[in-house]
Design a binder for this molecule. Structure first.
Ligand SMILES: [Zn+2]
Ligand SMILES: [Zn+2]
Ligand SMILES: [Zn+2]
Ligand SMILES: [Zn+2]
Length: 158
């Protein structure tokens, strides 16, 4: 006869607040948009550095949740039509599924990746640099080739 032993209950300490994105237990605040605990680290952000090292800032600026709240939309961002129409599908999906989200978009819509009008390489609208030309989007390497400074071609007299 098998006797089931009483299982030891795991005691969860009450004070387990941690940032929902990086897990740090430093200074935490609740996000305005969704009320989750997040690092209160915006002071670390160096203006114009474009560093993506602030959890609070990343969540507010790089997710649909933050955008939806900032723009004052109604309802849930997951089902918000204004959010859906506010971005290229690729960016919409990225904003809804990147690691700055607490809850990610379920069943993100499919999209055709953007291609460089010069070399045909796939351009990630969220992660890659690109410029807009008459043929559409141009990837960074192609852009640099096209706008070579005269100095690089040896045309500038010293
Ligand atoms: Zn964090
Ligand atoms: Zn949020
Ligand atoms: Zn919205
Ligand atoms: Zn290219």
């Amino acid at each position: 006869m098998a006797q089931s032993r009483p299982r030891k209950r795991k005691v969860i300490p009450l004070n387990t607040k941690a940032c929902g994105l990086c897990g740090k237990k430093t200074t935490l605040v609740r996000t305005e948009c969704c009320g989750q605990w997040i690092c209160d680290d915006e002071d670390n952000y160096v203006a114009f550095s474009y560093a993506r090292n602030s959890c609070a800032r990343n969540h507010r600026r790089q997710t649909l949740c933050g955008y939806h709240h900032t723009e004052g939309h109604d309802g849930d961002w997951q089902t918000c039509q204004a959010c859906r129409e506010g971005f290229e599908t690729e960016l919409f999906v990225w904003y809804g599924t990147n690691d700055y989200n607490f809850t990610k978009l379920q069943d993100p819509p499919a999209f055709e990746p953007a291609h460089c009008g010069g070399c045909g390489a796939v351009i990630s609208l969220a992660m890659d640099g690109y410029s807009q030309g008459p043929e559409g989007l141009i990837c960074d390497p192609c852009t640099n080739k096209r706008f070579k400074r005269p100095k690089d071609l040896g045309l500038v007299k010293q």
